[in-house]
Design a protein. Structure first.
Length: 278
């Protein structure tokens, strides 16, 4: 596990991929989950690795209703009374209790205390009203972006210059097109409402990375159509000299590491197979 310790805001991926996604935003006062695509037992186990109990989660925000992102929301709401924040389509599709849910629209600023807020920004993803999130804490910002086949200028405007960016690098083009998926699925994945390829992720990052960006995590890698070294090398090819911070890869079986915004101390366990550059 990689741990980077400071006071402030930390971002920890509890797991990313087609079998489930959840990300913890942790500050001195609040613990917020972004997405929860795992069973109750599984999220309990993953949080326990961080010495956190599910009932200690202050709120959960959901990007969209697809099962690998929102499938575990109902159990959080029913079993642990976790306050849920999502848009109306997501709440309806997941069968959430609307009375106990906090419904937001695109660009509604969600304020969890005097120093932590989360901004939902619409992203293109077929069959869902998907959003990405920018969390802000003490003038530092972290973006969590997944499940998109393209990007918008609105996204670029709001994400540019974030201190931390987590973004999907779902597939390698050659592995997808030469792989076993049927053509219809290949077309959906590579379409504008599908997922980002490694090259597309690299191109997107060239639009949003600047001197303030200290860390990047590549997420939601396809287990069949991608490999960590392909994602990292392709993205770094596009970034070239634009980015001199840390880059890591989050896989399905987390949590593997935390990124603290404005990190000062780092510990690395090479057995976890993570990729860092700094």
């Amino acid at each position: 596990m990689i741990s980077q310790r400071i006071m402030g805001m930390s971002v920890t991926h509890l797991g990313t991929g087609s079998r489930g996604n959840a990300t913890l935003i942790d500050t001195e006062k609040k613990k917020i989950l972004i997405d929860q695509g795992f069973s109750g037992k599984e999220i309990e186990k993953r949080l326990a690795r961080m010495e956190i109990k599910p009932n200690e989660i202050d709120a959960m925000v959901i990007s969209h209703h697809h099962g690998d992102h929102g499938g575990g929301a109902k159990i959080m709401q029913k079993k642990w009374n976790t306050p849920i924040y999502c848009n109306l389509r997501t709440a309806g599709a997941l069968g959430l209790d609307l009375v106990q849910s906090n419904i937001f629209d695109d660009f509604d600023l969600l304020e969890f205390d005097e120093s932590l807020s989360v901004l939902p920004i619409p992203v293109p993803h077929s069959g869902a009203d998907n959003v990405c999130f920018v969390a802000s804490h003490q003038k530092k910002r972290a973006a969590i972006i997944t499940d998109l086949g393209s990007w918008t200028e609105e996204m670029v405007t709001h994400i540019k210059g974030c201190d931390h960016i987590s973004v999907e690098a779902n597939y390698d083009v050659n592995r997808l097109w030469n792989g076993p998926y049927p053509q219809t699925l290949k077309n959906r994945i590579s379409g504008k409402g599908g997922h980002l390829s490694n090259d597309q992720t690299g191109e997107f990052l060239t639009r949003v990375v600047d001197k303030e960006t200290r860390s990047i995590v590549l997420t939601h890698l396809s287990e069949k159509n991608n490999l960590p070294h392909l994602a990292e090398s392709t993205v770094l090819y596009h970034l070239d000299e634009l980015f001199q911070g840390d880059i890591a890869i989050s896989m399905q079986d987390g949590p593997d590491f935390s990124h603290h915004i404005g990190q000062y101390e780092k510990e690395t366990n090479p057995d976890r197979g993570l990729v860092l550059r700094g």
